[in-house]
Design a protein around this ligand. Structure first.
Ligand code: NAP
Length: 361
């Protein structure tokens, strides 16, 4: 918008040289957050989007915070495509369910797009990087082993994202030996529409099908060592128990850790407080000032009070204390839709651009 000489506000047609981006699964819980985060993004602009085939042709609704002057207005003219139709954007952010990701993501990477995915489908393929930019940006190199004209890059499971960031400084400084973790996972982690209210109210569900298995491979891949193009996963075992609780957003983890040298809670606190994440991540638009924040309050972190720290990208840690069975125990909290999904994918897309992946394709 610009002010003309007669004082009236008038539209200014400006060249928008931001990189066009497509969102797959744009009508879901994660996709709506992606739409919201792309509004006003410094490097990217939302150019195309899809839901399921049955949603094609519908107008894209704005992000979850869409008010009268936000997403819905700015994306007024954007209609949902058929996911199988050709895409134009060099970067595609995927929030597809696993089955649709299986059908679509490799096809789109073959067609030359850089696909940045939230889905679990391809995370554990040896040639697909599983990245948290503050922790393992160097793993992006794995895409050189991909046979496609484009590339496929993934971010971790929403609960693993918090665990991986909390363990990163401990693995760097001491070495992680064993982990026992119990998760208290929010309703939005189940996507839309999620479990029925009657099963959640006044209750805790002690099973999230398929979730605990993700803890036995993803943290180890993220904290693994890449040497001569081959990734050696970290070797620590994780025993996970995952529960669904009646919280809207934010996955809380209770973590007990055995660490090399059995450091004290004070040493663990210092390692976490000093953690700043990789240098390359610090220049990315969506990175928070602190990837990890230690809270000293006796009853923190709490989902309702702490999930939005760092615009939802900061993992909050608290109650670091001696563990009677392993070495130390503590709580960690991550916003599942942001650090665990949409914000994570956007940060990965920014890393791909910063590392010249778009130019190479
Ligand atoms: N929720 C979280 O906290 C979270 C965190 C990390 C990762 N993830 C992963 O991210 C992905 C999306 O999760 P979500 O929670 O956003 O799920 P969701 O709310 O169920 O949304 C699914 C999206 O995919 C679309 N879709 C469904 N079937 C499709 C098909 N056959 N082809 C193309 N699009 C299709 C839906 O469109 P319609 O509206 O037209 O049905 C909707 O836009 C999943 O792989 C999930 O595991 C989720």
């Amino acid at each position: 918008m610009a002010r003309s000489t007669n004082g009236l506000i008038e539209e200014e047609t400006m060249m928008d040289d931001r990189i066009p981006v497509g969102v797959l699964g744009a009508t879901g819980a994660v996709g709506q957050k992606l739409v919201e985060f792309l509004i006003g993004h410094r490097w990217f602009r939302l150019a195309e989007a899809c839901g399921s085939p049955s949603s094609s042709g519908r107008e894209l609704a704005g992000g979850s915070n869409a008010g009268e002057d936000s997403a819905s207005q700015q994306q007024e003219s954007l209609r949902l495509k058929d996911p199988a139709s050709p895409w134009e954007s060099p970067i595609l952010l995927s929030a597809l369910p696993t089955s649709a990701a299986q059908e679509q993501e490799v096809r789109l990477a073959e067609a030359g797009h850089v696909v940045v995915s939230n889905a679990s489908t391809h995370r554990m393929r040896p040639d697909v990087p599983l990245i948290v930019p503050e922790v393992n940006p160097q793993h992006l190199e794995l895409v050189t082993g991909q046979a496609w004209d484009g590339a496929l890059v993934t971010n971790p499971n929403c609960a693993v994202a918090g665990l991986a960031l909390a363990l990163a400084p401990l693995h760097d400084v001491f070495g992680v030996e064993r982990i026992v973790v119990t998760s208290f996972q929010a309703i939005s982690g189940a996507g839309t529409p999620g479990p029925p209210a009657s099963s959640l109210l006044d209750n805790v569900l002690p099973l999230i099908p398929g979730e605990e298995e993700k803890f036995t491979g993803e943290p180890q891949k993220i904290l693994g060592l890449l040497q001569d193009g081959v990734l050696a996963p970290a070797e620590f075992p994780v025993s996970a128990s995952c529960t669904r609780v009646s919280v809207s957003d934010g996955h809380l983890l209770s973590i007990s850790a055995a660490l090399s040298g059995s450091p004290s809670p004070e040493m663990v606190t210092a390692a976490m407080e000093e953690y700043r994440g990789s240098e390359v991540s610090r220049a990315l638009p969506s990175v928070p000032k602190k990837p990890l924040e230690v809270m000293l309050g006796a009853d923190r972190p709490q989902p309702r009070l702490d999930r939005d720290r760092g615009n939802g990208m900061t993992v909050t840690v608290g109650r670091i204390r001696t563990c009677e069975v392993l070495d130390v125990k503590f709580f960690a909290l991550a916003h599942n839709l942001v650090r665990g999904a949409a914000g994570a994918a956007l940060l990965n897309a920014e890393l791909c651009h910063a590392e010249g992946l778009l130019a190479r394709r």
